[in-house]
Design a binder for this molecule. Structure first.
Ligand SMILES: Cc1ncc(COP(=O)(O)O)c(C=O)c1O
Length: 400
C-alpha cells in the first residue's frame, strides 16, 4: 500500500514515551516524564515579546522561503561573535528546527550508492534521514569506557571509496559527549583529501558545562570550507522547541539546493518565530547561561542519586541535558531482559518515563532527561529506587 521508502524508516522512538505518558495521565496518574528532549524552562520574556510584536505588526505572511534577511544576518552575527567565522547571507537558510536543517542537508547531499558514516549511541533521526535519502548508513560506535567521546580514528577506519559524508553531533544526544577540535581537524583534513562532506549537528552547542575549546565551526571553516555543513537550532539554547526554528550553514550551492527542497516542502519557517529568533540571537545571552547553570546542578544531583546503586553506571556528560545510564547489571534472563522492557515497565509500574537505549542503537542503557525540576527529578529517582528494589525481590511494583 505504502511507498517502499516507508519500509526503511520507523517513526521516532523517542516519542514512544510521550504517548504512553499521555495515556496514563488521562487515567489520572501522576506521571514524571524524563523522556522529553526539551527544556522545561519558558522561552525568555524578551523573545516572547518579539513574537507578540510580530503578530501585532501583522508580520504574519509568507517570508522568503530561505528566511528573512534580518534573521540570516542575526545567525551570521551570532556565529561570528561566538566562533569568529564569516558566514554570509547566501550561505544560510532558516528552517523549521534543527531537524529540518539536517533533513535538508541529507537530501541535498546524499543519495543511492553513497555511504554516510555517523555515530552510535546517537540520535535516531540522523539514522533515519540518511535512509530517507536512500544512502547507506554506516554506524561507528563510541564507547562508555572512553566517556563516549568521539575520536577521529573511528570515523577514518569506516571510510571506503563510497563514503560521501560523515555526520557528527556534538554535544551528542544521548551521551552528552563532545568531539574535540583536534579530532575534528583530523577528520576534516581526511575529508578534504578524499572529497567527503562533513555535516555537524550543533543543536546543543550552547549547553556545554566545562569551558573546553569547542570551536568546531572554526575548524570546519579553516579545514573544509567547501565541503562542510552546520545544522543549528534555537530550540534547546533558548527554550524554543515549539517555535520551530533552526538553520543550515554551508556553501552557497548546498544552501541553494536546500532552498529548492524547502520551497516545495514547507516554504519558510513561521514568520513570527523568525522575528522571535532574531531577538534570541541578537539579545542578551545571560538567559542561556542561567539555564545552563541550573542544568548543571540537576545533572550533578541526578548523577549522584542514581549512581548510589553501584550497578548503575554513567559517565558524567560534558554537554546537552541527558544522563545515559548503563543499567545492564540490572537485567537478567529471569527478570527484566532488555532496557526496552525496563523502560516499559518503569512507565507502567512506576509512572516514570525514560527512553530505552534501543532508541539510540545502544541496548542496555536508559536515557534520563534532566530538563525537569529538581523536585520532579527527586521524585523520579525515588520511584526508580523502589522499582529496582522490587525487581531485586522479583516482584512488580504495585501500580500506583
Ligand atoms: C541531536 C539532535 N539534533 C537535532 C535536534 C533537532 O531539534 P529541533 O528540530 O527542535 O531544532 C534534536 C532534538 O531533539 C537533537 O536531539
Amino acid at each position: 500500500m505504502l511507498a517502499a521508502r516507508m519500509s526503511r524508516i520507523a517513526s521516532s522512538p523517542t516519542m514512544k514515551g510521550l504517548i504512553a505518558a499521555e495515556q496514563l495521565r488521562k487515567q489520572g496518574f501522576d506521571v514524571v516524564d524524563l523522556g522529553a528532549g526539551e527544556p522545561d524552562f519558558s522561552t525568555p520574556d524578551h523573545v516572547k515579546r518579539a513574537g507578540h510584536a510580530a503578530i501585532d505588526a501583522n508580520f504574519t505572511k509568507y517570508t522568503a522561503n530561505t528566511g528573512t534577511s534580518e534573521l540570516k544576518q542575526a545567525i551570521c552575527a551570532r556565529y561570528r561573535a561566538d566562533y569568529g567565522v564569516d558566514y554570509t547571507e547566501p550561505e544560510v537558510i532558516v528552517t523549521a528546527g534543527g531537524k529540518q536543517a539536517l533533513a535538508n542537508a541529507a537530501l541535498a547531499l546524499f543519495g543511492p550508492g553513497d555511504e554516510v558514516i555517523t555515530h552510535a549511541p546517537g540520535w535516531p533521526t540522523i539514522f533515519e534521514q540518511v535512509k530517507l535519502a536512500e544512502a547507506s548508513l554506516v554506524i561507528v560506535r563510541s564507547r562508555p569506557e572512553d566517556g563516549f567521546t568521539l575520536n577521529a580514528q573511528m570515523f577514518l577506519d569506516a571510510i571506503t571509496p563510497r563514503t560521501k559524508g560523515i555526520i557528527i553531533n556534538s554535544p551528542a544526544n544521548p551521551t552528552g559527549a563532545l568531539i574535540s577540535e583536534q579530532e575534528l581537524t583530523t577528520i576534516a583534513k581526511a575529508a578534504a583529501a578524499k572529497g567527503i562532506w562533513v555535516v555537524l549537528d550543533l543543536t546543543y552547542e550552547k549547553l556545554i558545562y566545562e569551558p573546553v575549546p569547542h570551536n568546531l565551526p572554526g575548524v570546519l571553516r579553516r579545514e573544509l570550507r567547501d565541503r562542510s555543513v552546520i545544522a543549528g537550532s534555537a530550540s534547546k539554547a533558548y527554550a524554543m522547541t515549539g517555535w520551530r526554528c533552526g538553520w543550515t550553514l554551508g556553501p552557497k550551492e548546498v544552501i541553494s539546493a536546500c532552498g529548492a527542497l524547502q520551497s516545495h516542502q514547507t516554504s519558510n519557517a513561521c514568520s513570527i518565530t523568525q522575528r522571535a529568533t532574531v531577538a534570541a540571537l541578537n539579545g542578551p545571552q545571560e538567559c542561556v547561561t542561567e539555564m545552563l547553570e541550573e542544568y548543571r546542578v540537576r545533572r550533578d544531583k541526578v548523577w549522584e542519586w542514581m549512581t548510589a546503586d553501584p550497578r548503575i553506571k554513567c559517565v558524567k556528560p560534558s554537554g546537552a541535558f541527558y544522563l545515559f545510564f548503563d543499567i545492564s547489571e540490572l537485567l537478567s534472563p529471569n527478570g527484566i531482559r532488555t532496557s526496552a522492557e525496563f523502560a516499559d515497565r518503569l512507565i507502567a509500574e512506576s509512572h516514570v518515563v525514560t527512553t530505552a537505549g534501543e532508541a539510540f542503537d545502544a541496548p542496555g542503557f536508559i536515557r534520563v532527561s534532566y530538563a525537569n525540576s529538581l523536585e520532579n527529578l527527586r521524585k523520579a529517582v525515588d520511584r526508580i529506587e523502589i522499582f529496582v528494589k522490587a525487581l531485586d525481590r522479583g516482584q512488580p511494583v504495585a501500580a500506583r
